[in-house]
Design a protein around this ligand. Structure first.
Ligand SMILES: Nc1nc2c(c(=O)[nH]1)N[C@H]1C(S)=C(S)[C@@H](COP(=O)(O)OP(=O)(O)OC[C@H]3O[C@@H](n4cnc5c(=O)[nH]c(N)nc54)[C@H](O)[C@@H]3O)O[C@H]1N2
Ligand SMILES: Nc1nc2c(c(=O)[nH]1)N[C@H]1C(S)=C(S)[C@@H](COP(=O)(O)OP(=O)(O)OC[C@H]3O[C@@H](n4cnc5c(=O)[nH]c(N)nc54)[C@H](O)[C@@H]3O)O[C@H]1N2
Ligand code: SF4
Ligand SMILES: [Mo]
Length: 722
């Protein structure tokens, strides 16, 4: 019998290790790896069922090309490579490298992310390289960089078993980071550690908490400033730490005067006694872990709110110590690896910045490029990239491992942009997706269980995946497709890698001496010694927790307090659009469902999309449970079925993000979401936009799409239907 092989879960940033037994043509057997530090043998239902997503009818098995977008025909590997290369060359000749953009993903291996980034920024000379991390982690990344001098959380998972209290801000970890949340639950039970959850909805996370603060969307900064003010007033801040290791406390302290308890309670829409209770819990818990995710990051003040979370930890000296620290949970399995490899429009590998001449010089030297090769200004971020496509400033977009025609905000505009493109290359493992409708080239990708490579998880832990299944048809690792097309275009220098291990070696060397140093690591090293956290320098000492010595990565070594006032969300509700729509996830689905839509056990748990609304609002609008409704914003219109639920605050409605056009046209919340963004991180504010809700009315052109029974017609859900 075949033996168990070690690989990684392809889903969330917890980064669970898997032990997989190949079963030939049948789905492999999957169990949690008891030796992996992220999960110690545990798995959630998504990870446990990943074997059922490999050899499925909607896998993209062969390359496809076409002269008209979406009208694709199967092509041989060579033909597809030549087709893509000639089209790209044409655009380069006519419009220059600035007309080509890359949209990458936190679900690719570090090796693929590094290769694409080097090819684009070093060989093609375009900095228009961004990723779905822009929609996900970019506010956390810019907040950590501004406060601590470097991206990357300072903590480790083992801090959970050492913590005295937990604070979740805009995170539904019970559904989105389940294996990590289970550790938190165990600590709560065993040690009696209290847990505070700030979320406008009573999620599974909030239901398990000691204290739920149902904050109004976008008001977390007020809550956090208010909490720190209470600590200051009660003299529960760490004056010694502030003095020795930080700067700008006086400015922050002055700002805190504007956040008295009454103002906080009123602005956040929470009872004052609950606010004070939260402040007491935090004051009394020396070892506090604060987790945050999209409820913070996807707001117009995501960076500033991140700064405020870190302010709270700095002012109390709760950082770099066992059981304490600000813990940004990563969304995708390898968003950390992507940032390490510099796959954002403003970054280069090793947390280097494009607008820093010294950093450009270092990478030019490392890559063997002539000085001045790397374009000096940051490229387009995600939203700007699609804007530039619409304006025809960008002519080609190469999309790898993301489904932007479902997941970007303000879809009407994103779809216009992709229609305007001269060339859309989509590299995906599944077909069709909402995005392949716009493709001229679709390239079949091997998924992570079918290749070797590395992922880096939320606690900065790098793990090696081994291939445990054979890719179907012509599917190949993402970096392989990029390398073939680069070679076909005549770009050989610096792009001649023999394997993923080869690429990793170069990537690891590029981080030497940087804050995210992983120069000690290689595939061989990881295979021998197992998952390893960075910093893991070839010279110097590794660290489980960063900043234990109170030295930060800022120019003067001190962490910085940021004093920034609250500004109300960009789109406040008004008479015409009286509700705030927020969006997010459910436990059993993954994003646009290309994978989880295949697994009947998962579909049984959450079979269809919905709009969640408070009973008082539904009664006022005379809407009934299950009734189909339209959600209108200034940008467009979405449709869904109503779910009346006291777990959501009045005035706020919620839609899960998983069901999109392939399910039913206009079923995505992104038909209406705003592309307004955080001015610093340029992350879109996907968590709040003003909408109005009305009963559904069939329009003529849609009559055919809606079944007579009135239920949502599934084109990508019911197992076996595709
Ligand atoms: N099951 C599952 N797990 C996943 C994923 C998935 O698709 N499915 N995706 C992964 C990825 S990429 C990501 S980024 C993470 C996301 O993980 P989370 O951020 O935990 O998930 P979300 O549901 O997007 O949002 C979290 C919560 O933010 C709340 N919220 C909305 N607005 C506000 C606000 O203004 N303030 C506060 N305090 N809360 C607010 C929402 O009600 C929601 O419950 O999950 C990862 N894990
Ligand atoms: N309204 C709203 N919108 C959101 C969010 C929200 O909370 N609200 N969250 C945002 C966030 S945080 C995120 S991370 C994004 C996620 O948005 P997307 O990145 O668009 O989501 P996925 O469905 O995971 O898309 C991944 C695509 O890559 C394919 N794929 C899977 N594995 C591989 C592989 O190994 N190689 C290749 N080439 N392809 C592969 C999948 O089939 C799928 O088509 O959505 C964002 N959009
Ligand atoms: S918690 Fe995340 S990484 Fe772990 S099995 Fe579940 S989806 Fe996979
Ligand atoms: Mo994400």
């Amino acid at each position: 019998m075949s033996k168990e092989l070690k690989t990684l879960c392809p889903y969330c940033g917890v980064g669970c290790g898997l032990l997989v037994t190949p079963e030939g043509a049948r789905p492999p057997k999957v169990r949690g790896d008891p030796e992996h530090p992220a999960n110690r043998g545990k798995l959630c239902p998504k990870g446990a069922s990943v074997g059922l997503t490999l050899n499925v009818p909607n896998r993209l098995r062969y390359a496809m090309v076409g002269d008209r977008p979406g009208r694709l025909q199967v092509a041989p590997v060579e033909g597809a490579i030549q087709f893509a290369a000639r089209r790209l060359e044409n655009i380069l000749q006519t419009h220059g490298p600035g007309a080509v953009g890359f949209y990458l993903s936190g679900q690719l291996t570090t090796e693929a992310q590094y290769f694409f980034n080097k090819f684009a920024k070093g060989s093609l000379r375009t900095n228009h390289v961004d990723s779905n991390s822009r929609l996900c982690m970019s506010s956390a990344a810019s907040g950590m960089s501004l406060s601590l001098g470097s991206d990357g959380p300072p903590v480790c998972y083992d801090d959970i078993e050492l913590a005295e209290a937990f604070f979740f801000i805009g995170s539904n970890a019970a559904e989105c980071h389940p294996v990590t949340f289970e550790r938190v639950l165990r600590r709560m039970k065993k040690f009696g550690a209290p847990c505070i959850v700030a979320d406008p909805r009573k999620t599974a996370t909030a239901a398990a908490a000691t204290l739920h603060l149902p904050v109004r969307p976008g008001t977390d900064l007020v809550l956090l400033n208010g909490l720190l003010r209470m600590l200051r007033d009660w003299d529960r801040v760490d004056h010694r730490f502030i003095e020795a290791h930080t700067q700008d406390w006086p400015e922050l302290s002055a700002l805190l005067d504007d956040y008295p308890a009454d103002f906080v309670a009123q602005t956040c829409g929470i009872p004052k006694q609950d606010f004070l209770k939260a402040a007491e819990i935090i004051a009394d818990s020396d070892r506090l872990l604060s987790f945050w995710t999209m409820g913070v990051n996807q707001t117009v003040q995501g960076t500033t709110t991140t700064n405020a979370i870190i302010n709270l930890h700095l002012a109390t000296g709760r950082i770099g110590r066992p059981g304490a620290g600000p813990f940004s949970l990563t969304g995708q399995p390898n968003a950390m690896g992507g940032r390490d490899a510099g796959y954002m429009a403003h970054l280069l590998p090793g947390y280097r910045r494009i607008n820093d001449p010294e950093h450009r010089r270092q990478m030019e030297q490392f890559w063997g490029l002539r000085p001045g090769t790397i374009v000096t200004s940051p490229g387009h971020d995600a939203v700007a990239m699609f804007d530039a496509l619409e304006r025809k400033e960008l002519r080609a977009i190469w999309i790898v491992g993301s489904n932007p025609a479902a997941s970007m905000p303000n879809l009407p505009r994103v779809c216009r942009a992709m229609e305007a493109a001269e060339l859309v290359i989509v590299q995906d493992a599944y077909y069709p997706t909402e995005t392949t409708r716009f493709a001229h080239v679709a390239l079949p990708a091997a998924v992570n269980l079918e290749q070797s490579g590395t992922f880096c998880n939320s606690e900065r832990c790098v793990s090696l995946m081994q291939p445990v299944a054979t890719p179907p048809g012509d599917a190949k690792p993402d970096w392989w497709w990029a390398q073939q097309i680069a070679w076909e275009m005549g770009f050989y220098a610096g792009l001649q890698f023999n394997s993923a291990a080869d690429i990793f070696d170069e990537f690891a060397r590029s981080t030497a001496g940087r804050p995210n140093d992983q120069s000690a690591l290689s595939h061989e090293w990881l295979a021998k010694r197992g998952p390893t956290q960075w910093p893991a320098p070839a010279l110097g000492r590794p660290a489980r927790r960063r900043y234990a010595d109170g030295q930060f990565h800022t120019p003067n070594g001190r962490a910085k307090f940021w004093a920034r006032p609250y500004t109300p969300p960009e789109e406040a509700p008004n008479e015409r659009f009286p509700f705030l729509l927020t969006t997010g996830r459910v436990a059993s689905q993954w994003h646009t469902r290309t994978k989880t839509g295949n697994v009947s056990q998962l579909n049984d748990l959450s079979p269809a999309p919905y709009l969640q609304m408070n009973p008082a609002d539904a009664a006022r609008l005379k809407l009934k449970e299950g009734q189909r409704v339209e959600i209108h914003s200034r940008r467009g219109r979405a449709i869904s079925d109503l779910r009346i639920d006291p777990a959501i605050s009045a005035g706020v409605v919620f839609m899960p993000i998983h069901w999109n056009d392939l399910w039913l046209p206009a079923s995505s919340p992104n038909e209406v979401t705003t592309d307004a963004m955080d001015a610093i991180s340029r992350q879109p504010a996907l968590k709040a936009c003003a909408v109005t809700i009305v009963p559904f009315a069939v329009r003529k052109e849609e009559a055919l799409e809606v079944s007579s029974a009135g239920s949502l017609v599934s084109t990508n859900g019911a197992p076996g239907e595709r």
